[in-house]
Ligand binder design. Sequence first.
Ligand code: SAM
Ligand code: SF4
Length: 328
Amino acid sequence: MAQQFEDKFQRKFYYLRLSVTDVCNFKCQYCLPDGYKPSGKSNSFLTLPEIQRVVGAFANCGTSKVRITGGEPSLRKDFAEIVHAVAQTNGITKVAMTTNGYRMKKQIHSWKDAGLTHINVSVDSLDPRMFHQITGENKYFEVMSGIDRAFEVGFEQVKVNVVLLKDLNSRALPQFLCWIKDRPIQLRFIELMQTGEMDPLFQNQHVSGVSIRNQLMADGWLLKQRQSHDGPAQVYYHPDYLGEVGLIMPYERDFCVSCNRLRVSAKGKLHLCLFGEHGIELRDLLHQDSQQQALIDRIQGQLQTKAVSHFLHDGNPGMTPHLASIGG
Ligand code: SAM
Ligand code: SF4
């Protein structure tokens, strides 16, 4: 193994979030409220050989987990091949995806066969009408049957992302808890994050996860110990529930201390932080296998510039226009 990716604050990077497309077929209010609009520039997303090279370089420097995301990653026609290529990379032991669930019911079997080991599905409401209102798509029942199908094909746990929205779902905790009582689902309540294109929505709908944490603790939920490869969620369990509840609260102090992930966008830019500045070009070093050392050197060099924390507390969400552009 080449030198492990590490920054100057001794944070090690085990986890790559790889976006494979910016395109999405949903219109989530907090992400792409007007739907996906191609940018004027070229829309060519990383090809399969480019994906293999970038994942190979990360794996060579200690990354063991890759999350494939987007936009909606399952809209890529070669999605199963991407999963297969990532899963076949030496050193990669976890291949996860984040999806809106739209294609899950039909395709999860082939994704699992290709080597997918973990799946996160976004479900912001258990009320079909509210789901429609938030996502712009009347696909609640398809997504829910996709989750059932994931268990049928052998996933032991499904993670479900819920973005907390003050007026739309922040009082739905009892309903969500009832849903996971007998299902091995890990809910992940994510605080709404401010991005470049969403000022009024953030001001009106942002709500802290603290009240959910307080309710959980009052009801006897217990905090799980965090492992070094885990994401930033604080995860709670309860002896009476098969499911678990995670809280992702990027506005909490020390959120960035345990940062262990880097991001590569669908157009091949390295992002040191979700809320950072413009990405760093990697694509010129993805043409040939022989460029791997130069690619590693560039990533390692840029890592030394990674800031200790995001600047969200100063009201500075960075340059990310919406999370579909770098995969959340
Ligand atoms: N399309 C897929 C999906 O929605 O699951 C994957 C990409 S999406 C950008 C990844 C995750 O980011 C989703 O769970 C989504 O709900 C979340 N997300 C998007 N915009 C967000 C925001 N402004 N604040 C918090 N979470 C957000
Ligand atoms: Fe699409 Fe995911 Fe963004 Fe919703 S959150 S618009 S599903 S990329």
